[in-house]
Design a protein around this ligand. Structure first.
Ligand SMILES: NC(=O)c1ccc[n+]([C@@H]2O[C@H](COP(=O)([O-])OP(=O)(O)OC[C@H]3O[C@@H](n4cnc5c(N)ncnc54)[C@H](O)[C@@H]3O)[C@@H](O)[C@H]2O)c1
Ligand SMILES: O=C(O)C(=O)C[C@@H](O)[C@H](O)[C@H](O)COP(=O)(O)O
Ligand SMILES: [Zn+2]
Length: 376
């Protein structure tokens, strides 16, 4: 069970994981209270703040001042922005900087940034001294609604997305919804794909609410806090029930089997950022489900209509430049972590909000579906 306590300014969602339970604190302007929130829960720690050049320029001074005010000694570790930083070289940079600062096992790594920074520095915190404490300060919409929660950390390799990593839960998540005001429209849209995902998995009412209210999320109205908190509650519930993805957590992978293959195929570059891959992947998952007579084609059309309305890509053809052929994409899909004894698992659907885990999906059906989509 997850509990949530709401005040006018701050919403707290608890991730119920026994002795590793933690709070997600959500509200506008929380960055300046970051030091206090950390000190209340983790007294007398030192910290490394890992961030990227963009977020560091915009938001590091506020967090740094608030840590100093709370008496938390800290060092910044700044890496290049973008998916390309989820690699061994940047992991080494972060690990070495944390060691050089002589942080102890009980000290903290703070991820100040989007999902790239969270995944990268979370993995560093999992392996330095066999596991340090970790605080997520997510600054992208995607990180606030998804990647900062649940403890999946890791890096990419040319073979595939997130293939090297560890489950390592944070001790605290501080989501200041105000910092999203500086996010580019493209990155905001990309993060929105993961918000829509929660509706499509098992909450058709939330999807319908999003269809009616998405503009308020983008413009920074109260809809934004509601969408972040609803997404965090949905994710916290799944993570509490299945922390290590032995079962239902795989539902959070809706759209990701296709999406991750497309991200690898585009070299983890700006040609396709993660949330865009997820948007295309969710459209494909609904269309493939209709092809397999699991849901109505109308469901796929509704998903595409909404994702397009917010400006997200929905087809493979929306990706600029060359892509591998269907066999090349199938090779990438075969590296998916849901593959078991060589058979493919996809998250498919019986309709809006009715996703399910489909094992033993016939590869020939996927290949011919992809062939058709590549030619469209
Ligand atoms: N661990 C998980 O459960 C999980 C879940 C979803 C996604 N992910 C991972 O998250 C990554 C994608 O995260 P992302 O979309 O946040 O990408 P990102 O971290 O690359 O951030 C996107 C861009 O926005 C910039 N940015 C971030 N916050 C900003 C702000 N407030 N103002 C201005 N610019 C800002 C960054 O510098 C970057 O250029 C992928 O690697 C994906 O695999 C992990
Ligand atoms: O937390 C999860 O579980 C998810 O699947 C969330 C996804 O949005 C996220 O992209 C995750 O990193 C994908 O996990 P992976 O195990 O397929 O790498
Ligand atoms: Zn994702």
């Amino acid at each position: 069970m997850n509990t949530a306590a709401t005040t006018p300014d701050v919403t707290t969602v608890r991730v119920e994981l026994g002795e590793r339970a933690y709070d997600i604190v959500i509200g506008r302007g929380l960055l300046a209270a970051g030091g206090k929130l950390v000190a209340e829960r983790l007294p007398k720690v030192r910290a490394a703040i890992v961030t990227d050049e963009n977020v560091g320029r915009l938001h590091l001074p506020t967090l740094s001042a608030s840590l100093a005010e709370a008496g938390i000694d800290h060092v910044p570790v700044i890496v290049p922005p973008g998916e390309g930083s989820k690699n061994f070289a940047t992991l080494e940079q972060v690990v070495r900087a944390v060691l050089a600062a002589r942080l102890e096992r009980g000290d903290i790594v703070i991820a100040l940034g989007g999902g790239v920074i969270g995944d990268l520095s979370g993995f560093a915190s999992a392996i330095v001294r066999r596991g340090m404490r970790f605080v997520q300060v997510p600054t992208s919409l995607l990180a606030q609604v998804d990647s900062s929660v649940g403890g999946k950390t890791g890096i990419n390799t040319p073979e595939g997305k997130n293939l090297v990593g560890a489950f390592h839960q944070p001790d605290l998540v501080i989501a200041d919804t105000g910092v999203l005001d500086t996010l580019s429209p493209r990155e905001f849209r990309a993060g929105y794909a993961e918000v829509a995902k929660y509706g499509l998995i098992d909450d058709p009412d939330f999807f319908a609410w999003l269809e009616a209210n998405w503009a308020g999320i983008f413009s920074g109205g109260p809809e934004r806090e509601y969408a972040v908190a609803t997404s965090c509650r949905a994710k916290a519930k799944v993570v509490a029930a299945d922390e290590h993805e032995t079962g239902e957590r795989a539902l959070l992978n809706l759209g990701h089997t296709f999406g991750h293959a497309l991200e690898a195929a585009t070299g983890y570059s700006q040609r396709l950022v993660h949330g865009e891959g997820v948007a295309i992947g969710m459209a494909l998952a609904h269309q493939f489900s209709a092809r397999m007579n699991l849901c109505s084609p109308d469901d796929g059309e509704r998903v595409v209509r909404h994702l397009k309305a917010v400006g997200l890509p929905t087809t493979i053809g929306d990706i600029a430049g060359d892509l591998p052929d269907a066999d090349g994409l199938m090779k990438l899909i075969a590296q998916d972590k849901k593959v078991s004894r060589g058979t493919l698992t996809f998250i498919l659907t019986r309709g809006i909000g009715q996703a399910f885990i489909a094992k033993d999906v016939p590869p020939d059906a996927v290949r011919s579906f992809l062939q058709e989509k590549l030619e469209a």
